[in-house]
Design a protein around this ligand. Sequence first.
Ligand SMILES: C[S@@+](CC[C@H](N)C(=O)[O-])C[C@H]1O[C@@H](n2cnc3c(N)ncnc32)[C@H](O)[C@@H]1O
Ligand SMILES: [Zn+2]
Length: 298
Amino acid sequence: MPGWLWLAALAGGVAAALLLYWLLVLTEGAYLGPGTVTALYNRAARRYDAIKQFDDDDEAYFLGRPIARFLAGQTSPAHSPPWLLDVATGTGRLPLAVLRSSAGGCRIVALDRSAAMLAQAQQKLAAQGWPDVVLLAHDASRLPFADSRFAVVACLEALEFMPAPAAALIELLRVVQPGGLLVTTNRIGRDAALLPGRVFSRARLAELLRSHGAASVEIMPWQLDYDLVFAVRQDQGAPSETASWTDLLRCPLCRAAPELASGPDLAVVCPRCCWRLELTQGLWQAERLRKSLQPASS
Ligand SMILES: C[S@@+](CC[C@H](N)C(=O)[O-])C[C@H]1O[C@@H](n2cnc3c(N)ncnc32)[C@H](O)[C@@H]1O
Ligand SMILES: [Zn+2]
């Protein structure tokens, strides 16, 4: 083989290796679709906390205490505790930070596409005395909830993994109640350059949030690679009272209110279409997603 062909083959190999490194390592499958992201997080779930090394004091300062203060302002003795939704909860970082700071002043639904990440969250929450957090294996792009139901909606370090981050952000705002709080993050710095189409400029992010119902938006530097975003939704009308977490649910396919199903397992079903959520080993999972959501290690 001529020398130039060897060189071309070598250059092609290096380019392919770099492309794979970017697709699988640097961007964690973000451009290969939610199924790949979920598979990678299922594999990494047991190592996630060791990699991230969260500091409890920092978590309380930036997340737990500000959110607990906000929730305290939303709580009234005449009403049941407000609802918090953490989307892409991972191993339960935000629920744990808020519960440690608020001493149970809210009810929490924690959603993630990775069942293995949720299994880690489940263990930690139970071990620290909060077994009542509702854990839901579901995709974030179409949340199975009615409009305007949550006093706080959070989504940390995850928008960049979604195929359409702006649409995902609008979907998060949809379920925030009037006067409620959205807490999210936006990649910045060197990492942002590796994620074209998945990050926002600060101006674009503020404009997007305002044009979809946020009355006030605060974007602050947080970590080397993330801004932290607090946005309060315009206060129009009173939030509705919800007794049980299943009252929050709406079918993500047709928007009907699901009903409790009879049978050996606890389940809710859409009366109009095929959508169904079932409780298995403490984890709510959509029937159609269950196969693709199984942890790789189980
Ligand atoms: C970097 S982790 C962040 C976890 C947690 N919020 C934290 O700050 O530690 C990203 C999480 O997003 C989840 N995720 C990615 N894409 C998702 C999607 N489309 N729907 C739901 N969860 C998703 C992953 O499974 C993973 O748990
Ligand atoms: Zn339906």
